[in-house]
Design a protein around this ligand. Structure first.
Ligand code: SAH
Ligand code: DHB
Ligand code: MG
Length: 218
């Protein structure tokens, strides 16, 4: 089935957005620099772009930059005076992302903050609220990151969380994989959180069987 999922993703890309030299160069540079190939897929990148535009986002927060592949899609959704803050633990990832964002022509809109995201988030006070938040870093911290997204958002802020299905792993209640434990803690938090409306959508494609949370701050 996986091959067919991949073929359909290729068909979708060919029909609806085609090759993009800048994004291809980003993925090539990531590979050359030894970054793991765990970026969102092209179809998911286009989805993030569309969600940010539908939300009318002017200020975007991203947690988990890697080489900036998703960052480029999101930055392209911003108006000329829009801003994107992206948080990355690994200095090498941030350095590669900086180069990729530069060649993509979106550096002026993007502020990469290096260090543990929980520290970078705690340091954000008194900035304008974020309209859109994409969470895609260490899965064990997802409940905390959503709580911070609410604190740094406003009524109507959109929150997307990547990788919440992991080939059905989310159902493993006694898992000792901290990413599964973290994902289940995220769902527990969401189910008890009266400040959000939330759902999760399962996906198949080049990233196999996974899914994302979509939430909106009330
Ligand atoms: N959003 C990217 C992929 C992110 S991969 C894309 O789709 O293109 C996850 C990233 O989160 C990795 O670069 C990893 O270094 C980073 N990360 C892991 N733990 C983190 C933490 N505690 N704080 C900030 N970033 C973290
Ligand atoms: C992994 C992380 C991701 O954000 C992703 O989209 C796919 C895989 C990982 O850590 O394996
Ligand atoms: Mg991801």
């Amino acid at each position: 089935m996986g091959e067919r999922w991949q073929a359909v993703d290729d068909y979708i890309a060919e029909k609806l957005f085609g090759d993009d030299d800048v994004l291809a160069a980003t993925l090539a540079n990531n590979a050359a620099q030894g970054l793991p190939p765990i970026d969102v897929s092209p179809a998911q990148g286009k989805m993030l772009f569309l969600f940010a535009q539908i939300a009318g986002a002017r200020r975007i927060l991203e947690i988990g930059t890697l080489g900036g592949y998703s960052t480029i899609w999101l930055a392209r959704a911003l108006p000329a005076d829009g801003e994107l803050v992206t948080l990355e633990l690994e200095p090498h990832h941030a350095e590669v992302a900086r180069a990729n964002l530069q060649q993509a022509g979106v550096s002026d809109k993007v502020d990469i903050r290096v260090g543990p995201a929980s520290d970078s988030l705690a340091a954000i006070t008194g900035e304008a609220p974020f309209d859109f938040v994409f969470i895609d870093a260490d899965k064990q911290s997802n409940a905390h990151y959503v709580a911070e997204a609410i604190r740094l958002g406003r009524p109507g802020t959109t929150i997307i969380v990547d990788n919440v299905v992991r080939e059905g792993g989310v159902l493993e209640a006694d898992s000792d994989d901290e990413r599964i434990v973290g994902t289940r803690a995220l769902f527990d938090m969401l189910s008890a959180e009266s400040r959000l409306d939330a759902t999760a959508v399962q996906t198949v494609g080049v990233k196999k069987w996974d899914g994302f949370v979509v939430a909106r701050v009330r």
